[in-house]
Write a protein that binds this ligand. Structure first.
Ligand SMILES: Cc1cc2nc3c(=O)[nH]c(=O)nc-3n(C[C@H](O)[C@H](O)[C@H](O)COP(=O)(O)O)c2cc1C
Length: 201
């Protein structure tokens, strides 16, 4: 089967891409607007870009009406954000934070999570996140414009928070303890329960 995504309805292209590009970690991004109100939202089009300098990236696609999501708007106003990682136990508050709410509504009262001040930047971080990256905006690469177009947001990592018991040999995060939540498609997620250790490494 050969499929030309450009000939599909956006929803179908979305379903094909998100069901093939799996599993994806989730960037749970906290930002503030210029009034200082906090926003938290998940983005699974998320990956690392480089480690020297340390940069990671996630993509905020425009809403169906072509407008910017709050995260993209806030980062343009205050170019700092925390990428909190989502472990399996944070599924419910993470999904709750994805609901559309009026711009400027503060996300500070989401149940199941608490907030910690960041060290270097103004947006706070989620205390329950086992790993969190304090980032400043490196740049935004806009990919086309209008409905569902992308805002690839690159963040320079200024500080990493790792829960004390999860740091192995002072340099590696313990994958079992991290218990990362992987995004599949639709309402499906996965956990890392079966690890393959190659013999060639
Ligand atoms: C697990 C999960 C992953 C998501 N990944 C993305 C993504 O990669 N890009 C995106 O634009 N929206 C993604 N969304 C939808 C946004 O979280 C949602 O549109 C949210 O309302 C945006 O919030 P904001 O307007 O406060 O920025 C995802 C939602 C969930 C639950």
């Amino acid at each position: 089967m050969e499929i030309n995504l450009m000939e599909l309805e956006p929803r179908q292209a979305h379903d094909l891409l998100t069901s093939a590009l799996i599993p994806r970690p989730i960037a749970w991004v906290s930002t503030i607007n210029k009034e200082g109100q906090t926003n938290l939202a998940p983005f699974s089009f998320f990956t690392g870009v480089s480690w020297s300098p340390p940069v990671l990236a996630f993509s905020v696609v425009n809403r169906a009406d072509g407008t910017l999501k709050d995260t993209a708007k806030n980062i343009r106003e205050v170019p700092e954000f925390v990428v909190n990682l989502v472990s399996v136990d944070l599924l419910a508050p993470m999904e709750y934070s994805a609901r559309p709410i009026p711009y400027g509504t503060d996300d500070l009262s989401i149940t199941g999570i608490h907030w910690e001040p960041s060290k270097i930047i103004r947006p706070r971080r989620v205390r329950e996140a086992r790993v969190a990256f304090e980032c400043t905006l490196e740049r935004i690469v806009t990919v086309s414009e209008g409905p569902h177009a992308g805002n690839l947001t690159l963040g320079r990592v200024r500080l990493v928070h790792v829960r004390d018991d999860l740091l192995k040999a002072g340099r590696e995060v313990d994958w079992q303890g991290l218990d990362i939540l992987g995004r599949l498609s639709g309402n499906r997620y996965c956990a890392v329960r079966s690890v393959i250790e190659s013999e060639t490494h």
